[in-house]
Write a protein that binds this ligand. Structure first.
Ligand code: FAD
Length: 830
């Protein structure tokens, strides 16, 4: 018995060493001491066969460990042969792919790949804050813009924003948020930029899409980073003043998601430019879906550049290049419009036939010829974190704000619909997702302001925040019932709902982003060893290559073993003894993220080791791993956001809902990965180490859902924090303000209504079926006072104004003249 206990203590001590991730030499030395102590206790002196085998195994293991510490030996017998085999397996990588992989920085995403994230790195980051100038812009011009926007007029009657709105956008610098002040721009922080977009999106998807584009990946951003001094001095002030309207044209009919394969060409040749013969480019291209194209004055163009006559050097295929082409350049055709799903922001095709331009239209000048793809992917890592996530978050905030209030004032079965369990569950999901979206948007924007260019998080935000936006939009529609469906000036939901697929599709369509980018880029970029191994293996200096590869390989092996052990221990203990950076009710979520991080890192290594480059083709497996990574990332953002907001206790149910939802999803995606892993033996081993006690994590419960829903169906501080930076000013044309007013009135009206029901309707003293009649009779019966009757009438009138929907004459809806009555009825019969 004593022997068994000591053996268990010995094994636990060795596992603990692996858990703490000791370097190889330190591990070997400590293992030697432990084994010596174990032997000294005489327990290995027994002559029973199993113990002899066990003893032999341990001593052989120790000898092996010491040999592994002799670097020349292990390099000769392990590293070199392994590296040779590795090089054969390593998929070839184009320059374009390499540039995409190396773009941006590795931030918190890298920590999640380690299996032991250092929380101080996240928690010590300064919370994002608006400067007084930025705050004044949001409270001033941004508020005024929202007041000016009449979305029904824009989307249905005009099919565009009216001229005074365009003028206001240009003159107040809405298109110049990323342009430095020295060029006349606003030079806002990423966080302020994101808050402006979120606020506009709470009012009009057309306006927020329009504002997002010049501030995202496009001419201003590219000029800012790569432009020549002449290009910057000419274009940036003009863009800042709104004298130039930019668009950026990459997508073509044949190349959508696979944008690097654009067939549009720029051939280096001689030609005449402003009366002089110069070396320039003859451009032929056909682009579509280009936002702002119909009204653009300058077109950012991506094309493939060739120099068949070698006028510039030896290279014929120079590669993807970005240039700025003025609208009036001969051969350029723009002006017609696409109609993106009833959200009429300016968008359309562009064609160019034998457009001749000088080389200095290339952004950055001729020296940047061929560098276009790198420029695009580098800048995408910032822009993709801001535009679509902010717009989607603004829309989700508006939907949650409206739904919380509407579900309180809309009564069925004598109850606000928001009090029914089935509806509460949906509202809780809206709130939890909106909080998650807001956390991801604001914390990541803060990281950008701290100097990060987080490329993998940008893909995670693009995918998950817009997908969550889709869920929130669906939920809002469900809770509003017919009110959400009948469009017209009174409908504040439908256009946002219609806009969802736009966010899903642009800047990397979501299916592709989930299937190829999040994990595909993350696995190479964020993994602590993979990129080092790849670089070392490809190093033309063989000696240095082997040396670097050796360090990376043995670091990697120790890392994988440690993560396997950590998974097992945290699975057995449910991560209860894992250290957390904060005390209190959120500490368990930190522990669970660490646990999932270890399991994820272990599963990633097993998948990469056994499937290699084939993992890229197994999109469902890599998508699921990407989901686990994203859920951990988003849950970390939720926790950091809560801290950034001063950890208000009132928000804890929302934080719990969001973390539970994400971690449950992480667990289920890991389960899906294991179920579908092709090597069933290894799948079993991974499952034993990752889910030793089964899948124990549960999704948010009903009681929690009710508590969360009540935070937005009542006028609470949590509701205002959740929906900060949306346009909810009280004024006649703003449903979000009117809904808030009605919600506040509901607090006083409901007890009066209850008295009428209990003392009047149930006792038979009141016979009227509708509320106005009941108020009349209750007043006459002395159940309520004059003041109460007036308050209730006012409340009822305001509620009914919000509940009403629009109706139209036939001629108001069709774009053609109304058909003859006879032909209409015959069409109906047919
Ligand atoms: C309203 C709007 C505005 C836009 N604005 C601009 C702009 O200003 N400038 C510009 O250059 N472009 C713009 N785009 C283009 C946009 O970036 C593309 O639509 C997008 O890249 C997807 O291309 P596609 O629509 O051709 O889809 P496709 O490439 O045809 O893809 C179809 C589907 O297949 C999926 N898919 C493709 N490959 C894979 C894969 N390997 N694994 C899994 N799924 C995959 C995609 O995710 C998508 O769901 C805009 C598009 C729209 C609709």
């Amino acid at each position: 018995m004593l022997g068994a206990i000591i053996t268990l203590v010995f094994i636990a001590a060795v596992l603990f060493l692996a858990y703490r991730r000791l370097p190889l030499l330190a591990f070997t030395a400590t293992f030697t001491v432990l084994l010596a102590a174990y032997s000294a206790l005489g327990l290995l002196g027994s002559h029973s066969t199993p113990l002899l085998v066990w003893k032999g195994f341990l001593w052989v293991l120790l000898a092996g460990l010491w040999l592994l510490n002799v670097r020349p030996l292990r390099k000769a017998f392990i590293t070199r042969p392994f590296m040779r085999a590795y090089l054969k397996l390593l998929p070839s990588m184009s320059q374009t792919e390499r540039e995409a992989l190396e773009a941006g920085t590795v931030w918190w995403d890298g920590e999640l790949f380690t299996g032991a994230p250092k929380w101080s790195k996240l928690l010590s980051a300064k919370p994002p804050r608006l400067s007084s100038e930025e705050q004044a812009f949001i409270d001033g011009p941004c508020e005024e813009l929202c007041r000016m926007l009449d979305d029904w007029h824009i989307t249905h009657e005009r099919g565009d924003m009216p001229p005074h709105v365009w003028e206001y956008l240009k003159s107040m610098g809405f298109f110049a948020m990323i342009i430095p002040k020295k060029y006349g721009g606003l030079e806002f922080s990423a966080y302020a930029h994101s808050c402006v977009l979120a606020k506009i999106a709470s009012r009009s998807a057309t306006a927020s899409s329009t504002v997002a584009v010049p501030n995202s990946l496009g001419p201003a951003e590219l000029l800012n980073h790569y432009g020549t001094p002449e290009q910057k001095d000419y274009y940036l002030p003009r863009l800042a003043r709104g004298e130039e309207i930019p668009c950026f044209a990459l997508t073509s009919p044949r190349a959508g998601s696979d944008a690097a394969s654009i067939p549009d060409t720029g051939i280096v040749c001689r030609g005449t430019w402003q009366g002089r013969e110069v070396i320039g480019l003859k451009l032929n291209f056909s682009k579509r879906y280009i936002t702002l194209a119909p009204i653009a004055t300058v077109v950012g163009l991506a094309f493939r550049m060739f120099d068949p006559d070698k006028l510039l050097g030896d290279k014929i295929d120079i590669g993807i290049t970005c240039a700025l082409i003025p609208r009036n350049t001969p051969g350029l055709t723009i002006g017609r419009r696409h109609f993106p799903i009833n959200i009429p922001f300016q968008n359309g095709p562009i064609q160019g036939k034998d457009v001749f331009v000088p080389l200095d239209v290339i952004i950055g000048g001729a020296k940047m010829a061929g560098a276009g793809w790198r420029m695009l992917v580098e800048q995408l890592s910032v822009g993709r974190c801001i535009s679509l996530p902010s717009n989607a978050t603004g829309g989700a905030k508006a939907a949650s704000w409206a739904t919380g209030a509407y579900s309180r004032i809309r009564r069925q079965f004598n109850m606000p619909v928001g009090r029914f369990e089935g509806v509460e569950t949906v509202i809780a999901r809206m709130v939890g997702l909106t909080y998650t979206m807001d956390a991801a948007r604001s914390v990541t924007a803060g990281a950008i302001d701290g100097g990060e260019k987080p490329s993998v998080p940008s893909a995670m935000l693009k995918y998950h925040v817009t997908e969550m936006g889709r869920q929130v939009a669906n939920d809002a529609m469900d809770v509003h019932g017919g009110k959400g469906i009948c469009i017209g000036p009174r409908n504040y939901l439908a256009r946002g709902y219609e806009a969802v697929p736009i966010a899903i599709t642009v800047e990397g369509a979501n299916l592709l982003t989930r299937s190829l980018i999040i994990f595909g880029q993350g696995a190479v970029r964020c993994h602590p060893f993979v990129l080092r191994e790849m670089t070392a293996a490809r190093n033309p200096d063989r000696t240095k290559g082997v040396d670097d590869f050796d360090r990376a390989l043995f670091g990697h092996i120790g890392f994988t073993i440690s993560n396997a052990v950590r998974s097992l221990i945290m699975s057995l203990t449910h991560a209860r003894f894992t250290s957390a950076p904060v005390q209190g009710s959120t500490s368990r979520y930190y522990q669970h993220i660490v646990r999932f991080s270890s399991s994820f890192a272990f599963a990633v290594d097993v998948a990469m080791l056994t499937l290699g480059g084939y993992l890229k083709k197994k999109e469902n497996l890599s998508s699921r791993l990407g989901d686990v990574l994203s859920c951990m990332y988003l849950a970390s953002m939720v926790l950091k956001h809560h801290e950034n907001q001063g950890a208000p206790a009132e928000d804890l149910p929302i934080v719990e809902w969001a973390c539970r939802n994400l971690l449950y999803h992480a667990q289920e995606q890991m389960h899906g990965f294991l179920r579908n892993f092709p090597n069933r033996f290894l799948a079993g081993v991974m499952r034993a180490l990752i889910f030793t006690r089964g899948r124990q994590y549960s999704a948010p419960g009903d009681r929690l859902g009710r508590t969360v829903a009540q935070l937005v169906t009542n006028p609470t501080d949590a509701r205002e924090r959740l929906c900060q930076y949306i346009y909810w000013t009280l004024e006649p044309s703003n449903p979000l303000g009117l809904l808030q007013e009605a919600l506040i009135l509901a607090e006083a009206a409901e007890p009066i209504e209850k008295r009428i029901r209990v003392e009047g309707v149930k006792t038979g003293r009141i016979t009227a079926l509708d509320l106005p009649g009941q108020i009349q009779q209750a007043l006459a019966a002395g159940i309520i006072s004059d003041t109460e009757a007036a308050a209730l009438r006012d409340y009822d009138r305001k509620c009914m104004q919000l509940i009403h929907v629009d109706d139209f004459d036939q001629h108001e809806l069709g774009t053609l003249a109304a058909p003859e009555p006879q032909s209409r009825s015959s069409a109906h019969v047919a």
